[in-house]
Ligand binder design. Structure first.
Ligand code: URA
Length: 209
């Protein structure tokens, strides 16, 4: 089964409270969501391979560590996933960005894929799939399926708020995908919202309704 990790660092928890608050407006919501994503990068890249490199400091030659050049990509699930991309790129600016468009039928809550554009070599990359809310797990599972179909072999799912139902659904369908969340909330409502959650992440990010 894939690992499920809640990143309960105080800075992450503090910032999450800000975006949960319904009085937080679009500008601050957008900034803080990206800040949380940026802080999460520290953990989701913790096991990236390093290699030795010889450099010369002003004091002389030394062998030190550098990233072994494992290729990375960030894959936002449209549209709410866009709200985490800039934060991730702050720390890994050379990462490629693939996009996957999913929408949720508001009646059936079923996800549908409408757009996929990936870097050509996704089979050689670690993909960080980003989406603020892991609710039923339907969109995440469909996104992971779509990426596997196109050759992806290494994926991590990075969300701000997860519902237990979504975590279970992804772990069951894709035991090879680790999940990272800033919080694990109580449950889903009948209308598919995470509670206490933060409402509709896309609407809050983009000021729509
Ligand atoms: N998507 C959202 O934006 N919010 C939820 O609570 C669940 C799914």
């Amino acid at each position: 089964m894939g690992k499920f990790t809640v990143l309960n660092h105080p800075l992450i928890q503090h910032k999450l409270t800000i975006i949960r608050d319904k009085s937080t407006g679009t500008k601050v919501f957008r900034e803080v969501a990206n800040e949380i994503a940026e802080l999460m990068v520290y953990e989701i890249t913790r096991d990236l391979p390093l290699q030795d490199v010889e450099i010369e400091t002003p004091m002389g030659k030394t062998v030190q560590k550098q990233l072994a050049g494992k290729k990375l990509a960030v894959v936002p699930i449209l549209r709410a996933g866009l709200g985490m991309v800039d934060g991730v790129l702050e720390l890994i600016p050379a990462a490629k960005v693939g996009h996957i468009g999913m929408y949720r039928d508001e009646k059936t809550l079923e996800p549908h894929e409408y757009f996929v554009k990936m870097p050509p070599d996704i089979d050689q990359r670690i993909l960080f799939i980003v989406d603020p809310m892991l609710a039923t797990g339907g969109s995440a599972n469909m996104a992971i399926d779509a990426l596997k179909k196109r050759g992806a072999k290494s994926m991590r799912l990075v969300v701000l708020v997860a519902a237990p139902e979504g975590v279970e659904a992804v772990q069951k369908a894709h035991p090879d995908v680790d999940i990272y969340a800033a919080a694990l909330d109580d449950r889903l409502t009948e209308t598919g919202y995470i509670t206490p959650g933060l409402g509709d992440a896309g609407d809050r990010l983009f000021g729509t309704k």
